[in-house]
Design a protein around this ligand. Sequence first.
Ligand code: PMP
Length: 332
Amino acid sequence: MSVNEMSHRGKAFLSIIQKAEADLRSLLNIPESYAVLFLQGGATSQFAAVPLNLCTTNANVVDYIVTGSWSDKAAKEAAKYCSPKVVWSGKGDKYTRIPSFDEVQQSPNAKYLHICANETIHGVEFKDEYPKPVNSDAVLVADMSSNFCSKPIDVSKFGIIYAGAQKNVGPSGVTIVIVRKDLVKNAQPITPVMLDYKTHVENKSLYNTPPCYNIYMCGLVFEDLLAQGGLGEVEKTNIKKAGILYEAIDKSGGFYKCPVEKSVRSLMNVPFTIAKPDLEGVFIEEAKKEKMVELKGHRSVGGMRASIYNAMPLAGVEKLVAFMKDFQQKHG
Ligand code: PMP
């Protein structure tokens, strides 16, 4: 019987979802005081779920640090359910940096402080340091969709972590939420049952039919990440992969450029441009001939973007780097 044929309430599937949760807990060292949820609706649904669960009225103030398009979208969605304040925006610098935390004037009464840990489109990533909410009753909330399970993190610094699984841990269709249990109490009365964390905590992610096969796939990935030696080892590989790519860009004598400030360059998404923009289309076409695809930058920023998630082997990045050097010799 395949996972697709199993009842989600049967013993066989229960053992799959429980094992997936246990393995994720060991990978990220998730404290018992946090619930782990396997949900649907993508990270986009969490843009609404977070304010619906953490705010009691529209008047509640919450803070957003906007470091790229995804945190911008999150703040805009939150405005339907509370009063978000953008306490810092990188828009003026075309989303190429992360503020130093004392640059950020937080609201003293904010219910939470929201960040996007890795901006997928702009390639800007929070490194080991995270801002602390100034209000001691507030919590830090992070969208980790595009760097989830790419490196170890200290879960206890966050009230809520959410991530669409489709970058590093599985197929699209599963959204993982790690929420501190004491935050799961009274969602706003208008909260749809599917966005209320209480529904899913009380029913262990089985309130309705979950994306069973996708959760099974996530479980297999967690097993694989553990077999690789855990997230510390995974991070070492990711640092190496991103390192050779950024080095190729920085040592190209200005032929290639990455606009992102060096200290916050993403290990997952590497955006770059070519000094002669006419060559960008040629680059994409020639790369395709070498079977390297999906290198076009997001339509909102242009240029190129190499997304080098966990599943991209070092050899894949080495091939891209060799291609970039050849391309520069030919066209430089
Ligand atoms: N946040 C980030 C950082 C993302 O990269 C994405 C998707 N690319 C989203 C949110 C939206 O996720 P979903 O498509 O799962 O709703």
